[in-house]
Design a protein around this ligand. Structure first.
Ligand SMILES: NC(=O)c1ccc[n+]([C@@H]2O[C@H](COP(=O)([O-])OP(=O)(O)OC[C@H]3O[C@@H](n4cnc5c(N)ncnc54)[C@H](O)[C@@H]3O)[C@@H](O)[C@H]2O)c1
Length: 440
């Protein structure tokens, strides 16, 4: 009996004789590429950024989660290569798309990267191919945006000639216990055959695959996860604002609540939301729902509270300096940690940018130190990381801890400083009841 295209493709995926292409080799795509290669696939990374392509081909990593020691042998043995040229897709049977999904200045989804990647794939789409979209986006994107473009240019039939699915990327950069390999992978296809082929593809390299009934379920599952985080962070940030009014220590309240062994999950407040996912993905959902005449109220409220946090932090700095009879204008402020979360180098959407901008607007002289970020660029200014951290701590009128990287010696910083505004409880109990420490 003749085998179908689906059966042939599944067989080739199981033998790992398919060539894999990862489109967009950034924070998500590079670890995915390495995971497929470590599983024994030959993988090509396609990226519009020539610098990243050249670095991969030299075996050099540009993200902290992947080391040169991991990447270089895979390049040397021929399992990994990179290019800007989509025509290599003629040789590939499996594609993962990991391009950015930011917001436009208006706050609306910017799907131009998905559209452009899809239009670059389409001329090279051929029978016996599976395409998986990984970029976080609103429900319906895979079916309504990607599928028609692939079909129009290729004239192939979905679910018979080629297969298309959505599988959200859940990687948490900087994390070592759950990586691309062992974080369960939800996969939903355009058809059930699409789910089966895409599931087989990923199960050959990843530990656990979780098939769901449609691409829309997979798209929505990712948005539920990130909306859950955004709203809980919004809630705990509002707790911090309320505790501030009440004169109650929010950190002690959270620690006390977290002793409950069930029904409570610990979230911590901070200077605002950051990163490419949590502040952005829920807004993709609320945008989509607006078109259906529905207001996503939790998302809008949490977003409003979270975006006010940088202003609250600047108010705290101003009040603390005022107690020392100093105006914010002209004061020397050292921002400690600017990445959007601890122990990584990613600055995207970091609340540090807003805090620094507001401080500068009020005339403060702002410097920063971050163990992982050498320079930060804003539309209106740029700053270089100070070279001598402890010298800056000693001369600053106030040190503002925005990101609690583990590498810092907080005790030494506390001893050397005049005033600290600790937005992350980085100083722990040493910061409590200490007159020169103001906590969120
Ligand atoms: N970074 C995270 O922690 C994280 C976690 C989960 C999900 N995601 C999602 O994964 C997706 C990718 O995020 P990221 O952080 O890896 O972004 P990134 O900016 O680090 O990487 C994206 C890469 O895609 C390339 N690119 C853009 N358009 C392209 C095109 N048309 N053709 C080829 N290459 C192109 C860029 O040059 C870049 O190297 C986003 O949708 C994001 O929301 C990110």
């Amino acid at each position: 009996m003749e085998t179908t295209i689906k059966e042939q493709l599944i067989q080739k995926l199981k033998e790992k004789s398919t060539k894999v292409a990862v489109i967009g080799i950034g924070y998500v795509g590079l670890p995915l590429l390495v995971t497929f290669a470590e599983a024994g696939f030959h993988v090509v990374g396609i990226d519009s950024d020539q610098r990243k392509v050249d670095m991969v081909n030299r075996g050099e990593s540009y993200i902290l989660d992947i080391t040169d020691q991991q990447l270089a042998p895979l390049v040397k043995k021929g399992f990994v290569s990179a290019t800007t040229d989509f025509s290599v897709l003629r040789e590939a049977q499996a594609i993962s798309i990991c391009v950015p999904t930011p917001l436009r200045k208006t706050g609306d989804p910017d799907l131009s990267f998905i559209v452009s990647a899809t239009e670059s794939i389409a001329p090279h789409l051929h029978q016996n191919m599976v395409v998986v979209l990984e970029s976080s986006t609103y429900p319906g994107t895979t079916r309504e945006l990607v599928l028609p473009r692939l079909i129009e240019l290729s004239q192939l039939e979905i679910g018979r000639d080629f297969f298309l699915a959505f599988s959200p990327e859940r990687v948490d950069p900087g994390r070592t216990d759950f990586t691309t390999y062992n974080t369960p992978k939800v996969i939903g296809g355009i058809t059930t055959d699409c789910t089966e082929v895409a599931g087989t593809f990923y199960s050959m390299a990843l530990k656990t695959v979780v098939p769901v009934s449609s691409a829309e379920v997979a798209e929505m599952a990712k948005l539920l996860e990130n909306t859950f985080r955004m709203i809980n962070i919004g809630l705990v940030n509002e707790m911090a604002l309320m505790c501030d009014r009440l004169g109650v220590d929010v950190w002690e309240v959270i620690d006390a609540a977290a002793t409950k062994p069930f029904g409570f999950m610990k979230f911590t407040p901070g200077p605002g939301l950051g990163g490419h996912c949590i502040p952005i993905d829920p807004l993709y959902l609320s945008w989509k729902l607006r078109a259906l005449n529905y207001t996503a109220r939790f998302i809008e409220l949490a977003s409003e509270i979270n975006t006010q946090m940088p202003r609250f932090v600047v108010g705290k700095v101003q009040d603390a300096l005022n107690n020392d009879k100093k105006p914010l204008k002209g004061s020397h402020i050292l921002i400690l940690g600017v990445a959007y979360k601890p122990d990584i180098d990613d600055m995207r959407e970091s609340p540090a940018l807003d805090v620094i901008h507001l401080l500068k607007q009020k005339g403060a002289k702002v410097e920063f130190h971050d163990a992982y970020v050498p320079v930060i660029a804003h539309d209106e200014w740029s700053l270089n990381c100070v070279s001598d951290l402890m010298a800056e701590v000693a001369i600053a009128d106030a040190v503002v801890i925005i990101t609690n990287h583990k590498v810092y010696d907080y005790q030494a910083i506390l001893s050397a400083s005049k005033l600290i505004i600790d937005t992350r409880n980085a100083l722990g109990p040493a910061g409590r009841d200490n007159p020169k420490v103001i906590r969120l």
